[in-house]
Design a protein around this ligand. Structure first.
Ligand code: SF4
Ligand code: SF4
Ligand code: FES
Length: 201
């Protein structure tokens, strides 16, 4: 077993556990968006940042991909963590102003507005790739993927055409943390999907 400290309390977890998994085992709350226990974590949204401290030295890490290690000291609510979390929420509010899920989570952490400019007030997708990972790792299909690069990155089926590979299981819609996949799934399937959309609501 590995022993380390979270917020000055000793925790003990199995080797291979991440800091986020350890925190959850002990009921310590860390906000997440792109994490889901069903798929391999990717560290895409950075919302789960925590601070590692050793004397005067400290650094911020994404807890969903940082492995628990013997003797480390992790803090989940320092000023530095709260600052970076605030910035990340502001960036998400600007990137996904259409997402009620993000608005609600940001509000819970006291963030209700953004200083960043908003380009598309309907956008809900933060391009975290969780939907593509569940399609590939759990469903075993890769019917959707992250397309293009940089600010043009988006989620969809190859060449943005309806995909025969999609079996309409709805896993991507269910796992999407922002609600964005609800409005994208019909384009992926190529047929209107009242059932899937209703299931996700
Ligand atoms: S559709 Fe949802 S799960 Fe997929 S990348 Fe966008 S926000 Fe993430
Ligand atoms: S609904 Fe289609 S795209 Fe979504 S996870 Fe299932 S197979 Fe993949
Ligand atoms: S939840 Fe850890 S980076 Fe998104």
């Amino acid at each position: 077993m590995i022993k380390f400290n979270i917020n000055d309390t000793e925790v003990e977890v199995e080797p291979g556990c991440t800091v986020l998994e350890a925190a959850r085992q002990y009921g310590i709350e860390i906000p997440t968006l792109c994490y889901h226990e069903a798929v391999v974590p990717s560290g895409a949204c950075r919302l789960c940042m925590v601070e590692l401290k050793d004397g005067d030295w400290s650094k911020l890490v994404a807890s969903c991909i940082y492995p628990a290690a013997e003797g480390i000291n992790v803090y989940t609510e320092t000023r530095r963590v709260q600052n970076v979390r605030h910035w990340i929420f502001e960036m998400l509010l600007a990137q996904c102003p259409g997402s009620m899920e993000i608005k609600k989570l940001a509000e819970k952490y006291g963030v209700t507005s953004t200083r960043f400019s908003i380009e598309n007030s309907d956008e809900e997708c933060m391009v975290c790739g969780l939907c593509t990972r569940v399609c590939e790792e759990v469903v075993g299909l890769s019917a959707i993927s992250v397309m293009d690069r940089g600010v043009y990155k988006k989620i969809g089926s190859p060449f943005s055409l309806p995909s025969n590979a999609c079996v309409a299981c709805g896993c991507c819609v269910t796992i999407c943390p922002t609600g964005a996949m609800r409005s994208r799934i019909d384009a992926v399937r190529g047929t209107p999907s009242v059932t899937l959309t209703q299931l996700a609501l």
